[in-house]
Design a protein around this ligand. Structure first.
Ligand code: NAP
Length: 282
């Protein structure tokens, strides 16, 4: 069994991105910039934003964090995102989700121009993905495709099963796999025979948010398993959606939690930002 090491792969990617960021600075006389909008003070969002800022620093991208109060009005929030996105030193913009409940996420995300939408959550980028055209793909699915590529996992003609259909992971993941010529089945909470479907997968990607839900009897011998889940087990320890210990004995490759998909998500945010800067630079 091969362990798919997202931590190591992400470090390699950050190394590659540092060179591209330095070359950009050399050519343009300024750094690549990422604008991050943080509304309110959700503690988990604070941690995610801090990690993103740190990762930017590591590769030589400057980050501009715009902190807005939780009680901000819809109009003010939209104006603030628009203003940040209009700043020429900012090449990519992301709005940290979730937003306070009174705000309309869709309208706020729509204020990010498609070429600066480094999270790939805009309707236009999702539409481009669905049409198999070039656009920015959201970070987690892109990170998983990068892992599959770097671990030489063939997708063409393989049966890929994606468990979960969220807009940020499952749905774009299924489209990416389809675009890579896999035969794709998407499962969700209303799926019947989940066990049988998963057991038929050559490549199984699980993004449901339920600790150790996928057990060894649900997985095919020799399959490649990608675990996106981030949960706490009964002892408060971080774990995935897959029962790693038992499943690992049966499969050919598996990504662990932590150290699998998580580090790749941030690396792909940096990669999308560098791509955006290189595309827009004059
Ligand atoms: P989400 O928006 O809550 O979506 C969960 C999906 O799983 C839904 O489509 C849901 O089906 C499906 N589901 C739930 N229970 C199921 C079951 N018993 N059987 C089959 N399908 C089931 O979650 P998400 O944002 O996609 O995140 C999923 C997990 O990945 C979470 O643990 C999250 O923390 C983690 N995550 C990790 C990263 C990373 O970088 N490592 C990034 C993003 C998310 P319905 O649509 O029918 O409700």
């Amino acid at each position: 069994m091969t362990l798919i090491d997202g931590k190591q792969t992400a470090a390699e990617i950050r190394g590659e991105l540092s060179l591209r960021a330095a070359a950009f600075e050399e050519r343009n006389g300024r750094k690549i910039g990422l604008g991050v909008v943080l509304i309110g003070n959700d503690p988990a969002s604070e941690v995610y934003v801090r990690n993103k800022v740190r990762a930017c620093e590591e590769v030589g991208i400057s980050s501009h964090v715009l902190r807005l109060p939780a009680e901000i009005s819809q109009e003010e929030a939209e104006r603030a995102v628009e203003a940040l996105a209009g700043d020429h030193s900012v090449h990519g913009v992301l709005v940290q989700l979730p937003l306070p409940r009174h705000l309309d996420e869709r309208k706020i995300l729509a204020k990010i121009p498609v070429e600066k939408d480094v999270d790939g959550f805009s309707e236009q980028n999702m539409g481009l993905l669905a049409l198999h055209r070039e656009g920015t793909v959201s970070c987690t699915p892109r990170g998983i495709m990068e892992l599959l590529k770097r671990y030489h996992v063939e997708t063409r003609g393989k049966h890929a099963v994606v468990v979960g259909r969220s807009n940020i992971v499952g749905r774009p993941m299924a489209l990416r796999l389809l675009n890579a010529d896999a035969t794709v089945t998407v499962c969700h909470s209303k799926t019947q025979n989940l066990k049988e479907i998963c057991a038929g997968a050559d490549i199984l990607v699980v993004a449901i948010g339920r600790a150790k839900y996928i057990t060894a009897d649900m997985v095919k011998e020799g399959a490649v398993v990608i675990d996106v889940g981030m949960n706490r087990d009964e002892n408060g320890k971080l774990c995935g959606d897959v029962d790693f210990e038992n499943v690992a004995e049966k499969v050919s490759m598996i990504s662990p939690v932590p150290g699998g998909v998580g580090p790749m998500t941030i690396a792909m945010l940096l990669s999308n930002t560098v791509d955006a800067a290189e595309r827009t630079a004059v």
